[in-house]
Design a protein around this ligand. Structure first.
Ligand code: MG
Length: 379
């Protein structure tokens, strides 16, 4: 089996509600582009991948992903066997170190094809499932304490059992007031994970996290800049709440460094940021060896990335106990997956059973209608 054709598209994703985060304060995010990749093999199998970089948080953009696939990674993998995942990654890493968001859609599509070729779900390729459902949480962006508390109550009434709250876009005083209002509104039994997106310096982080320690905060994600691993280690040693690494964690090498320095006690996994399913699973194994739980996170994503995350999350024993960010496709106006591709039970997302590959049902008409930029590479 050989990779015979690669096709990539840029699609603009519009959010149902603008999203205010650190690094994107002005009016919040209303839309963002993502990359969809279609891989075809010489025996007629077809797999899909997706990549959702966002330059404020990642070193890559949808345009650089298109460039890297069209000019470097695509020509490299054409002719390779998608079943040889180790060789596929070794070749990509030898050609260009880094660029996880450009490698991820190739990796995801290769897994999708390999699962179809073997007649098994992708999670089987990753070691098999240890769970058949995963709880979701709901994210709250920057807003007034009253508006955040109101939305939090609504979401808990809808069945979510944990919340993901963006900090760092507003002042620390407002952020603390928001968290107190949310906590009071939903009650102390609902875990709140907070995500600062690199929005604080060390002293702000130390002071603010200490003010949060009386609330039911499950973890504090990326309070400091991604490259401040030493400062994260010092901060982790000075506060009681577990810190989580998101923007600081892309690779197995970074995972080892973070563990060695005890710079965080939770790993935030994203299939795109970690370079695809293969590397995400490796990072989860490093975390497991270090007794570090993983949080399955997302960018602003369409359903292909969400489904890839569901497959890998199904295989990770060391997940945090509360909800995971597997709701991205519920926050966008249109997805290219057909309705019904995802199964839910309340606010748990169900791991698809008996599917082959990722089990994607792509709406080809919608893909053709929404595609803004497009290229094809063939053997
Ligand atoms: Mg984050």
């Amino acid at each position: 089996m050989r990779i015979a054709r690669i096709e990539a598209y840029i699609i603009q994703v519009e959010l149902i509600k603008p999203y205010l985060t650190a690094g994107y304060a002005e009016g919040g995010m209303t839309a963002k582009p993502c990359v969809i990749l279609r891989m075809t093999t010489d025996n007629g199998l077809q797999g899909f991948g997706e990549s959702d970089p966002f330059p404020t948080f990642t070193y890559e953009s949808p345009e650089t992903v298109m460039h890297m696939i069209r000019n470097h990674l695509g020509p490299l993998v054409l002719g390779m066997d998608p079943a040889n995942l180790v060789a596929l990654h070794a070749s990509m890493d030898a050609l260009v170190p880094g660029w996880p968001f450009a490698k991820a859609p190739i990796d995801i599509a290769a897994h999708d094809i390999l699962g179809q070729a073997l007649g098994v779900p992708v999670y089987q390729l990753l070691g098999g499932q240890v769970r058949d459902r995963i709880p979701m949480l709901w994210p709250l962006g920057g807003d007034t304490p009253e508006a955040n508390a109101h939305e939090a109550v609504q979401k808990i009434a809808e069945g979510y059992r944990s919340l993901h709250i963006k900090l760092g876009a507003l002042s620390p005083e407002v952020d603390v007031a928001r968290l107190r209002a949310i906590s009071q509104a939903v009650g102390p039994e609902i875990p709140l994970m907070v995500d600062v997106n690199q929005g604080w310096d060390y002293s702000t982080a130390l002071r603010t996290i200490r003010q949060l320690e009386s609330l039911n905060i499950s973890m504090v994600e990326q309070p400091l800049a991604a490259n401040e691993i030493d400062a994260m280690a010092k901060l982790q040693a000075s506060v009681n709440l577990p810190l989580s690494v998101d923007e600081a964690l892309h690779s197995t090498h970074e995972a080892v460094t973070i563990i060695r320095q005890d710079a965080a006690r939770v790993f935030s996994l994203k299939v795109g940021k970690c370079g695809g399913l293969f590397r995400t699973r490796q990072i989860a194994a490093i975390a497991e060896a270090a007794r570090t739980p993983c949080f399955v996170n997302s960018m602003i994503e369409m359903g292909i990335s969400v489904m890839a995350s569901v497959h890998v999350a199904a295989t990770v024993p060391n997940l945090v106990k509360h909800g995971h960010a597997l709701m991205s496709n519920l926050r966008i106006k249109e997805d290219i997956l057909l309705d019904g591709n995802f199964q839910y039970d309340g606010r748990d997302i169900l791991v698809p059973q008996d599917c082959k590959g990722l089990g994607l049902k792509v709406d080809e008409d919608k893909l053709a209608r929404l595609a803004q930029d497009h290229f094809v590479l063939e053997i």
